[in-house]
Design a binder for this molecule. Structure first.
Ligand SMILES: NC(=O)c1ccc[n+]([C@@H]2O[C@H](COP(=O)([O-])OP(=O)(O)OC[C@H]3O[C@@H](n4cnc5c(N)ncnc54)[C@H](O)[C@@H]3O)[C@@H](O)[C@H]2O)c1
Length: 255
């Protein structure tokens, strides 16, 4: 499905940095921001994917592992739009949850966003304008079993985003979370196999019985639909939206 770009957004002269931009939602965000005229810094652990997206968007690729916090501190600081998007999922019961994976997920999905926000805010404050958009999840608002690390990290980002909103308010900087339900990306494709194993059901049943169990509309969100919400948050009419968590979850959290 193609999603029309309906938001009137002009980011000419602005620089955007998108983490995890080599795939899925991050790639769609990089493409949308580039279409609006931004110079996009495409950050991903996957060097080849980052380069491919940078080539496609006329941007700059940087290969970086966000669990290496020194590498995060070394990323460009002159950024007007920051999209904290990189993420990964590990599905396991708490009693068996690998401690190293728990730590890895906190670093990539909670600590790296903090480091990046701290890095780019001085430039945003200096210019009196900045947009920080954290790609959180319904799991930033509610929990699901077997996702201890992911749910914890996403909840942490909610708080970080709100503090950023309060501190940035007098400097023209907004900070918001986008909270998608299930989006059609490689991260979800991988979970289907993992969920089937944990719940002991066929992979074909995972989408309807597990993934979309809570969704009122039984459809996967498209990455471009998330990117269009990002575009809106960067557009002039959204200037007073800050500290918010905007769900795009097919009614999941309406329960
Ligand atoms: N797909 C969904 O259903 C869904 C739903 C809600 C929220 N999200 C969130 O959206 C974001 C993007 O997810 P996606 O579905 O597009 O996933 P994806 O797997 O398609 O893309 C994630 C990208 O992050 C990169 N990445 C992973 N670990 C990294 C690291 N240590 N350093 C740098 N880059 C790293 C990967 O290489 C990949 O390119 C994640 O934060 C995810 O939690 C996804």
């Amino acid at each position: 499905m193609t999603t029309a770009q309906v938001v009137d957004l002009d980011l000419t002269g602005r620089t955007a940095l998108v983490t995890g931009a080599g795939s899925g939602i991050g790639r769609a965000c990089a493409e949308r921001l580039a279409a609006a005229g931004a110079h996009v810094v495409v950050v991903d652990i996957d060097e080849r994917a980052a380069k491919e997206v940078a080539d496609a968007t006329g941007g700059r690729a940087i290969a970086a592992d966000l669990s290496d916090l020194d590498a995060v501190d070394a990323l460009p600081s002159e950024v007007d739009v920051l999209v904290n998007n990189a993420g990964l999922q590990v599905v396991a019961p708490l009693t068996e949850f690998p401690a190293d994976k728990y730590t890895l997920i906190q670093k990539v999905m909670a600590e790296a966003p903090f480091r990046l926000i701290r890095l780019v805010l001085p430039h945003m404050y200096e210019r009196g304008w900045g947009r920080i958009v954290n790609i959180s999840s319904v799991h930033g608002l509610v929990a699901s079993p077997f996702k201890a690390a992911y749910v914890s990290a996403k909840h942490a980002v909610q708080g970080l985003s709100k503090v950023t909103a309060l501190e940035g308010a007098t400097h023209g900087v907004t900070s918001n979370c986008i909270n998608p339900g299930f989006v059609r990306t490689p991260l979800v494709d991988k979970q289907i196999a993992d969920q089937a194993a944990v719940h002991g059901i066929a992979e074909s049943e995972v989408i309807s019985k597990i993934l979309l169990d809570r969704a009122a509309i039984k459809e996967l969100v498209e990455p471009a639909e998330v990117a269009e919400l990002l575009a809106y948050l960067c557009s002039p009419p959204a200037r007073l939206i800050t500290g918010a968590s905007l769900t795009i979850d097919c009614g999941w959290t309406a329960h």
